[in-house]
Design a protein around this ligand. Structure first.
Ligand SMILES: [Zn+2]
Length: 341
């Protein structure tokens, strides 16, 4: 952000209200069809007491994943390099990451190997919130939006939470092979026993965060809903955030959309919240993320336009704004949400 000095009083007010207010969650009684939260004005970037603006660390991870490593096809050498990079980042932040390897078959039925990289932060309760983002990509471009952005937000929040007390234990998982068939997240959930599933309060999925026009949170609505808590927190803090219910993402027969890493968790009965930036106003399937004259008919992900250079040049300020919105909301949720809120 530029002109931060002029905005200093406003920033301090925002920061104070964020830190001091004990927001009361007002979950809706049921999941209404077609509900979306009204858009609110974009607020300026939050600056931490140490003077660091949320998103600066994520930006460094984006550059490393997109430009130093590049496309990260499932099972490729580059995907393995990205896993090593994420493992090293967790270690640098004081975590003891575990690498969960798994085999999967690609479209040509070749048997390949990928891995989930897992880091756990102990909280006041042994009950867990899983925060997940896939680090692989298709081979069309650098996979900046899809999904270096999710991993970058996950890593920055892991760093921010390093020495912060959280109500729940946080399990950060960078999933491999999402672009194959969401193999990493499915493998992870298959390895969970009944006790581990019951011990998981919620799963937060981060996927495609920096290109789309509008910032969203999706998930189940109603009493104790993490999605509803996030919507209320965003509204009170003045963030632009729209919403969709879990039901709106489901297939017509009610099964999960089979389109992102939260699916396996939802099928196991674990509530989820899913952060994404796209534009549902343009397209009922939300595949059109931006003006259809831009990108490839309005698509950035899975196209040659999914690079930091294109997104920065076409939408100045968007990457940093979106990173800031999602990091702040994720940080808030992990430090303040409880199912009894
Ligand atoms: Zn993705």
């Amino acid at each position: 952000m530029k002109n931060n000095l002029k905005l200093l009083p406003l920033l301090l007010l925002c920061l104070f209200s964020l830190l001091a207010c004990d927001f009361v969650s007002r979950p809706s009684a049921e999941e209404p069809e077609g509900e979306t939260a009204p858009p609110t004005a974009i607020r300026p970037a939050i600056t931490t007491p140490s003077g660091v603006t949320y998103g600066a660390i994520a930006r460094q991870h984006l550059v490393a994943l997109c430009e130093d490593i590049g496309p990260r096809l499932p099972g490729s050498q580059e995907e393995a390099e990205a896993a090593e990079y994420i493992q090293a980042a967790f270690e640098a932040y004081g975590y003891d990451p575990q690498v969960q390897r798994f085999a999967f078959a690609n479209d040509d039925d070749e048997e390949l190997e990928s891995a989930n990289v897992i880091a756990v932060k102990r909280g006041a309760s042994p009950e867990e919130i899983v925060v997940g983002a896939h680090y692989d990509s298709v081979d069309d471009a650098d996979g900046a939006d899809d999904n270096a952005s999710g991993v970058a937000v996950l890593l920055e929040v892991a760093k921010l939470l390093q020495d912060v007390q959280t109500p729940y234990t946080i399990r950060f998982i960078a999933f491999g092979a999402e672009e194959a068939d969401m193999d990493g997240s499915h493998y992870y959930v298959e390895q969970m026993d009944k006790a581990a599933i019951e011990n998981t309060v919620a799963m937060i999925n981060l996927d495609s965060l920096i290109a789309g026009d509008i910032t969203y949170v999706y998930g189940g609505a109603g009493r104790g809903s993490l999605r509803d808590w996030i919507i209320n927190t965003a509204a009170e803090a003045g963030f632009a955030l729209e919403a969709r219910t879990a039901r709106q993402l489901d297939q017509p027969d009610g099964t999960p959309c089979d389109c992102a890493d939260y699916d396996a968790f939802q099928e196991a009965g674990i509530p989820f919240a899913f952060f994404e930036a796209t534009n549902w106003d343009l397209d009922p399937d939300a595949m059109t993320q931006v003006d259809p004259n831009l990108g490839e008919d309005g698509k950035i992900r899975h196209t040659e336009y999914d690079t930091l250079d294109y997104i920065d040049a076409t939408f100045p300020g968007r990457i940093d704004n979106h990173l800031n919105v999602f990091i702040t909301l994720l940080y808030d949720a992990l430090t303040r949400f409880t199912t009894s809120n």
